[in-house]
Design a protein around this ligand. Structure first.
Ligand SMILES: NC(=O)c1ccc[n+]([C@@H]2O[C@H](COP(=O)([O-])OP(=O)(O)OC[C@H]3O[C@@H](n4cnc5c(N)ncnc54)[C@H](O)[C@@H]3O)[C@@H](O)[C@H]2O)c1
Length: 441
């Protein structure tokens, strides 16, 4: 990593939270080493990269020493300025009239980063907490470059499974609301690693909720999923549809919902639970996109698979099941554009009221077949994607789509980006120009 990159990163990462990097099981070794590297080289303790320091010990050169000291002073001043207001106090640590400070957990991920972009655009103050196990530091850098002003955005590298660190974050920051996106979120993976899912989703939600209670944070917007409904007999799915999840992912989310709902019965907290359907698309201005870890591809979502096929990363698409009782025999799903989804979050935040719980499906209300999706994907990418039609995959249900009338009525929200081809074309533009996700090409 270059000195400039290291400096840039340091400007935006609170030194106090860097310690947490050493405790994170999920974070790749490289990331951990980079983070330790940043802080150690600031202190002048790192031996391999900070060669100039050991050189200096052997050959004291006064001018170089002065230059290095000067550089460090400027660096520290910049770091401090980044989070300090004009009166010298940390703006993130105090409530400010007219400014809503939102903690976004999982803000380095796909949906969380889009939500952060929208909130920042709407003048919210944003703190992102993420352990980068699945998210991208590149997304954080994009957000920081768009909103570099002091007091707008801070990134805290931490794991929500570490209750002590989470508590410290809440004690050092004055949050007005929490949008809790952070989660592992692949149905297939959840069947292979159920304990990881219960821990990461259910237990970590409890950690966040407890910290909110201890530190008097009064508003929670929770990311839930249509997977909590399982295989309902009747379509469309309303919020009254019984929840019988059929995989650990859906069950872990349902348990987290239950914890929040039980707690809400005797609390003043304003709670909104949003159950998303299948999320697609990306920022129409091409600043952010969806960039899951390559190793998650096999568990991946249909849009990811479609773009991978268009980029020849995978040989083609496998459509499983052509004999479902649907209009063209393939499964039907409800695809919601991420721009609409984050709009639903902003509306939920605006309408959240103490002692009230709102539960909403966030979908378009229209089902699209896998075949329709694949056709739109072929058109959007212009690629001649090879499609293999196979027999059904056990556990897949024929149709899943939402009834969004409650959220239309109560939050005045309606999906606006319902043209599949348009959503996929926008996402494809980003994918095409970011073949390696947020890493350099
Ligand atoms: N993408 C969808 O189609 C979809 C559908 C329904 C619900 N959801 C929900 O939306 C939320 C966001 O999903 P996404 O698609 O953006 O996923 P994502 O993997 O892109 O983002 C999740 C983020 O959470 C972070 N994270 C995970 N565990 C963490 C931990 N212990 N501590 C700190 N950070 C942690 C990851 O590093 C990542 O940045 C999830 O709660 C998911 O269940 C997503």
């Amino acid at each position: 990593m270059t000195a400039t990159a290291r400096t840039e990163a340091l400007l935006h990462i609170q030194a106090s939270t860097v310690e947490a990097a050493h405790q994170l099981p999920d974070v790749t070794l490289k990331t951990r080493r980079e983070f330790s590297g940043w802080i150690l080289s600031l202190r002048g303790e790192k031996k391999d990269e900070a060669m100039d320091y050991s050189d200096l010990r052997h050959k004291p050169r006064i001018f170089e020493r002065i230059a290095i000291a000067g550089f460090l002073i400027v660096l520290c001043t910049l770091i401090t300025k980044q989070s300090l207001g004009s009166n010298g106090t940390n703006v993130f640590s105090r409530h400010e009239l007219g400014v809503t400070h939102v903690l976004i957990t999982g803000g380095a991920g796909y949906i969380g980063s889009h939500a952060a972009l929208r909130l920042l655009k709407d003048s919210y103050r944003v703190t992102i907490v993420d352990n980068l196990s699945r998210g991208n530091i590149g997304a954080i850098k994009v957000l920081q470059s768009l909103f570099p002003q002091p007091g707008r955005l801070q990134f805290i590298f931490a794991d929500l499974g570490d209750a002590k660190t989470v508590d410290k974050i809440f004690s050092e920051n004055a949050f007005d609301a929490v949008m809790h996106f952070a989660a592992v979120a692949y149905v297939g993976e959840s069947t292979l690693e159920p304990l990881r899912y219960y821990h990461n989703i259910t237990a970590n939600t409890l950690v966040v909720l407890e910290a909110m209670v201890r530190h008097g944070v009064k508003t929670l917007i929770y990311s839930s999923t249509c997977a909590t409904y399982g295989e309902p007999e009747k379509m469309p799915i309303t919020e009254e549809t019984p929840q019988f999840p059929i995989n650990p992912y859906g069950k872990a989310k349902k348990m987290a919902e239950d914890i929040i709902l039980d707690f809400s019965k005797n609390s003043n907290m304003a709670v909104m639970i949003l159950r998303y359907f299948n999320v697609i698309g990306s920022d129409p201005e091409g600043r952010l996109g969806e960039a899951p870890r390559p190793e998650l591809r096999e568990h991946g979502r249909i849009s990811g698979a479609c773009f991978d096929a268009a980029l020849s990363i995978i040989p083609g698409l496998k459509v499983k099941g052509t004999d479902y009782p649907t209009r063209d025999g393939t499964c039907i799903r409800d695809y919601i554009d991420v721009t609409d989804l984050v709009d639903a979050h902003v509306k939920a935040l605006e309408k959240a009221r103490p002692k009230r719980v709102g539960i909403y499906n966030v979908g378009t209300g229209k089902g699209r077949s896998v075949k329709e999706f694949v056709d739109a994907c072929k058109k959007a990418t212009g690629a001649d994607i090879k499609v293999e039609y196979l027999s059904r995959r056990p556990g897949d249900y024929a149709e899943v789509y939402s009834d969004p009338s409650k959220i239309n009525r109560e939050l005045n929200w309606t999906a606006q980006h319902t043209n599949l081809l348009e959503s996929l074309s926008i996402a494809w533009r980003w994918q095409k120009s970011h073949r390696n996700g947020y890493s350099s090409p």
